[in-house]
Design a protein around this ligand. Structure first.
Ligand code: NAI
Length: 286
């Protein structure tokens, strides 16, 4: 049997989640995705109308099949946690079972188990504010959506992950070196995510023989990145200063993810793997 992957954080064909889905599909995996509830309608409609068909193309010419799209809001663990105004919000009211616990239960009911869990999501409402101007609630919201969301996903999916399976998340160098502009507690959230990668690698390794790694990716002009505001500058900076002076393709991150969740990486866990044309190794802009 081929492997089954659940990829949280796919809502269009521009981001890292989509590229990872493609790389896993090309390697023969069955693809389930978790899509943020407010983005669900437009994503499903676009998918159905063939808007993504060009970017669904796999190396062998076939089209990536997304077997099922699950609504998900990784900020909520179970229905008791959902505030009334969200519950009754019209973007949410049309969907059901989108808390992390319910999504995992639904996947279990419909597919039994998974082999691969991918976390490709982040959110920081105050990302454009410097840390010194970030509110407590903005900071905690960034950690909730971008770091604890991974703890929660792994916690709830671990019981249905087959031993030998693996998980992947996406992080950014702003966790360890100052990137002015990546604010709102997002740098803190990525630092937490990387630290948690080590602790969770230990816990999930011992508990379920599951590997946990994170990819520190270079800049990509995704929807989320454009919301931060200086992504074009970062891409240009990387192009000028990285050891490899080429555009960083989302597919390069996708391919690394496919390697890391495959048996080829069977001894790699708890690692932060850089996929950034080597930019992280530079100490001086040239
Ligand atoms: P993206 O916009 O394709 O992906 C972010 C996804 O998170 C979106 O689909 C959004 O709907 C979803 N999301 C936001 N809040 C959510 C919630 N509460 N529950 C469920 N889903 C939610 O953008 P991108 O850039 O591909 O982001 C994927 C990951 O890559 C993120 O962790 C990001 O921090 C990371 N990354 C991105 C870099 C870049 O330059 N684009 C660089 C390094 C890391």
């Amino acid at each position: 049997r081929g492997k089954r992957a659940f990829i949280a954080g796919v809502a269009d064909d521009n981001g890292y989640g989509w590229a990872i889905a493609k790389a896993l599909a090309a390697a023969g995996a069955e693809i389930l995705v978790g899509t943020w509830v407010p983005a669900l309608n437009i994503f499903e409609t676009s998918l159905r109308r063939g808007k993504f068909d060009e970017s669904r193309k796999l190396p062998d010419g076939s089209l990536m099949e997304i077997v099922k799209v699950y609504p998900l809001d990784a900020v909520y663990d179970s229905p008791e946690d959902v505030p009334e105004d969200v519950k009754t919000n019209k973007r949410y009211a049309g969907s059901s079972n989108w808390t992390v616990k319910e999504a995992a239960e639904l996947v279990k009911k419909e597919y039994g188990s998974i082999d691969i869990l991918v976390h490709s999501l982040a959110n920081g409402p105050e990302v454009t504010k410097p840390l010194l101007e970030t509110s407590r609630s903005g900071y905690l919201a960034a950690i909730s959506a971008s770091s604890y969301s991974f703890v929660s996903l792994l916690k709830h999916f671990l019981p249905i992950m087959n031993p030998g399976g693996a998980s992947i998340s996406l992080t950014y160098i702003a966790s360890e070196r100052t990137i002015p502009g990546y604010g709102g507690g997002m740098s803190s959230a990525k630092a937490a995510l990387e630290s948690d990668t080590k602790v969770l690698a230990f816990e999930a390794g011992r508990k379920g023989k599951i590997r946990v790694n994170t990819i520190s990716a270079g800049p990509l002009g995704s929807r989320a990145a454009k919301a931060i505001g200086f992504i074009e500058k970062m891409i240009e900076y990387s192009y000028v200063n990285a050891p490899l002076q080429k555009e960083l393709l989302a597919d390069e991150v996708g391919n690394t993810a496919a390697f890391l969740v495959s048996p080829l990486a069977s001894a790699i866990t708890g690692s932060t793997v850089y996929v950034d044309n080597g930019l992280n190794t530079m100490g001086l802009a040239v």
